[in-house]
Write a protein that binds this ligand. Structure first.
Ligand code: SF4
Length: 190
């Protein structure tokens, strides 16, 4: 593979392995941080600053083309069953559009490294948006690289968040931790 890749980047820990992967593939990676789903704003800032610091350490490239505006996320349907696909589409569509305007060869995302995400959903959404926008989506299931990304995040002393980003995911994480502290057991259906 050759060319310039606009890599939608959710956070520094996920960026570690994925940047290394695409660079080994010969692509010139530009990380694009666009995540209006992250709440509250100080959490958004913490993830942004951590990513900026990491990308500077590895001599990579980072763009933040859009200011933080959580209303873009709030405008989505709050249907709990559909919210993640809508959230993926919001972020990937904006990055794909920007990447096409800037003359990139393709776009991708770090989101598929997380075993907590709907990876099949992300790949389907990315593929569909690539067709809509007329720019190739490079969809890779990175989940096998997750342990290595955790190791790299520790090596670089990166902040690792405890929830995906939105207030619902925060609430779900709190419920899981409370349940575990009360019962000593985890549970997966919230
Ligand atoms: S859980 Fe994560 S992917 Fe799903 S809506 Fe919330 S922030 Fe977006």
């Amino acid at each position: 593979m050759k060319g310039r890749l606009a890599l939608h980047t959710c956070c520094a820990p996920c960026a570690t392995y994925v940047n290394r992967f695409f660079e080994k593939e010969g692509l010139a990676v530009v990380n694009v941080f666009y995540n209006p789903n992250i709440h509250p704003v100080d959490e958004y800032e913490r993830r942004r600053i951590t990513l900026e610091s990491y990308i500077a350490q590895i001599g990579g490239e980072l763009r933040i083309p859009f200011p933080y505006d959580p209303r873009e996320f709030f405008a989505l349907s709050l249907d709990l069953a559909k919210r993640c696909r809508l959230c993926y589409a919001l972020r990937l569509r904006r990055v794909a559009q920007w990447a096409r305007e800037q003359g990139f060869s393709a776009f991708s995302t770090t989101l598929t490294i997380s075993p907590y995400q709907d990876v099949v959903g992300i790949l389907e959404v990315g593929e569909q948006i690539g067709k809509e926008m007329g720019i190739p989506f490079i969809g890779v299931d990175f989940r096998s690289g997750f342990p290595e990304s955790v190791r790299m995040a520790k090596e670089f002393n990166l902040y690792r968040q405890k929830y995906c980003g939105c207030i619902m995911s925060y609430w779900e994480g709190v419920k899981k931790r409370i349940w575990k502290s009360l019962t000593g057991q985890g549970f997966s259906s919230l």
